[in-house]
Design a protein around this ligand. Structure first.
Ligand code: PLP
Length: 290
């Protein structure tokens, strides 16, 4: 039997992840004392699932482990988490587009084990963003591009549950009549969106900021860079400035689930969209089976 959503709760023995149980996705599972809820103290991944196949699966699991390490959380056992994600995806069945979100928190305050779950559902319809594009605004992120190394407690590059700032940026975009955001560092470099990486096309090259420049290394961007040469495009990591985005031949925000959303305007100035390349990107991203 398939369903539109599914939930697996992870079982722990102290710090060790030992298994999972599928439960009713509507059941109340989180304690009011869980640090996920009270402090945003945990990490997560959102994995797109195409026709039943989790996409960039190993890259997501590896990033989950890296994020947990940055927060000094117990190391997630990837075999147990992999099994939980597959069990959730199996309940949803081979629909064209679904997602599974894995969450690991520090658990109940004062407790001895973390809390973890994998929740999956049929994905929202992102056709409009993929075809009409998104209007992005540039917003100051408030720290330098080297903040990751200079101030590791900012947890730059970890996918933490503390997304209040990212959500506030999205609301700021809506207030300004836009759809999304590209953050800029205080030293004037393009970083990423609140939930996506930025990639620009210039003279047959696909460019994205270096992965150590205060951003989350994206699984979607990485897969797209592997695919780029098959389209005759050279993928390059390079520091980029707002001018590079404004002068780009085309640009995209890339993320799991929404995939490639072409940027149709930056701060109300129109940007050219490459429809054929966007469709090819999204065909490739949607068809991934691993
Ligand atoms: N950057 C941030 C801050 C994100 O939250 C995300 C995804 O949610 C990404 C980049 C894109 O990562 P991925 O392609 O692995 O989904």
């Amino acid at each position: 039997m398939t369903a539109t959503s599914a939930l697996a709760l992870l079982r722990f023995d102290g710090d060790r992840t030992i298994g999972h149980d599928l439960v009713d996705p509507a059941s109340p599972v989180l304690s009011a004392l869980d640090l996920a809820a009270t402090r945003g103290d945990g990490v997560f991944e959102t994995i797109s699932v195409g026709h039943g196949h989790p996409q960039a699966f190993e890259a997501h699991l590896a990033r989950f482990v890296r994020s947990a390490a940055k927060l000094d959380l117990p190391e997630p056992d990837v075999d147990v988490w992999r099994a939980a994600v597959l069990a959730v995806a199996a309940v949803i069945g081979p629909v064209p587009e679904a997602f599974v979100k894995t969450v690991l928190s520090r658990g109940i305050e004062g407790g001895s084990s973390p809390t973890g779950w994998a929740y999956g559902a049929v994905a929202p319809d992102h056709t409009a963003a993929r075809t009409r594009g998104v209007h992005a605004i540039l917003l100051d992120r408030g720290f330098r591009s080297d903040a990751g190394a200079a101030a590791p407690w900012l947890l730059v590059g970890a996918k933490t549950l503390s997304y209040g700032i990212n959500r506030a940026a999205a609301r700021e975009a809506a207030k300004r009549g836009a759809d999304d955001v590209v953050f800029v560092s205080t030293d004037g470099l393009l970083l990423e969106g609140p939930t996506a990486n930025v990639v620009i096309l210039r003279d047959g090259r696909l460019l994205t900021p270096p992965l150590d420049a205060g951003i989350l290394p994206g699984t979607t961007q990485a897969d797209l860079f592997d695919w780029a040469p098959s389209r005759g495009l050279e993928p390059l990591y390079q520091p980029l400035r707002p001018r590079d985005l404004l002068d780009a031949d085309a640009a995209w925000l890339l993320s799991s689930v929404r995939h490639a959303a072409p940027i149709n305007a930056v701060d109300h100035a129109p940007l050219t969209m490459d429809r054929e390349l966007t469709d090819a990107m999204n065909d490739f991203l949607s068809a991934r089976t691993a």
